[in-house]
Design a protein around this ligand. Sequence first.
Ligand code: NAI
Length: 339
Amino acid sequence: TAASPSTCASTHLLSRSYYYAGSSPERKVAILGAAGGIGQPLALLMKLNPFVSSLSLYDIANTPGVAADVSHINSPAQVSGYVGEEELGKSLEGSDLVIIPAGVPRKPGMTRDDLFNINAGIVKSLCVAIAKYCPNALVNMISNPVNSTVPIAAEVFKKAGTYDEKKLFGVTTLDVVRAKTFYAGKAKVPVADVDVPVIGGHAGITILPLFSQATPKANLPDDDIEALTKRTQDGGTEVVEAKAGKGSATLSMAYAGAVFADACIKGLNGVPDVVECSFVQSSVTELPFFASQVKLGKNGVEKVYGLGLLSEFEKQSLEKLKPELKASIEKGIKFANQN
Ligand code: NAI
């Protein structure tokens, strides 16, 4: 690991230079779970991405309609829809990047771990197909519980002999997006200028925003920092409760997923200094997977950055989150090897 970079690369979707698009290589992106609450707006955003030449939309139901709809947008990406398991292989062939938002979302009162029983099996079968049909693709895992689904994917790929730790990412970008938004509001600074690294995992207290490293600096009092930390950790639950049984974050998640996918594609295309937080195989702590800032390059992860200087509160929060994150990782590994 290396020292923390001073700032994250700009992640604003609209700030990309369209100049690059003409000279960049063809890139195929597949979305698995493309007809869902996240999948549909994510398909829309990836269709708008000028670096995507082919957009493959897979789901167990309803993808033909989503694909027909999105395909009418006058941007370069060629859209194809695939429905049902027999079309999964075809949807994946030749993919450079596979984004996985397939699975059930939370309802009020549920933790992300409550989704394990259903989503673990879905993720496992999708990863078996990825290992077979596009073993070199980068994988962006959105399906929860990310703290367990990423280790499941790693085990599936290891068994298939295709595992490359540089190519597997748990998408924690929504935690960063939330931390930036909430910090900007509290610190009264322009949100577009804000950067906040978020480390750990993607569930409750395992989500640890490092507001001591937030820029622009605002010197917020401790109780504000603690409240912002809690709001970031509970951001998903805030949406689940507001939607009152109709699912979890979909629109902000699609935005976050598109930001992270865009960063991955830029990395593949050789754009320098692309840095995002992600839950990846890591030696930053004693845990085998951990979210921290990651530099993206032509082969996926180019560098996993260390945590930088932590405040006392962050140091304590880090120690508190480790047992839960460790248990979730082990649960995923155990599932993948037993079933
Ligand atoms: P949704 O229920 O609206 O959509 C899920 C889609 O997955 C459905 O279209 C369904 O047909 C499809 N699906 C189910 N089994 C499948 C399979 N075997 N292959 C392909 N597709 C399959 O759910 P939503 O709201 O889109 O959430 C999806 C996942 O994303 C959930 O697990 C949720 O917890 C997670 N999530 C992750 C976040 C993160 O920050 N990483 C944030 C918000 C949600």
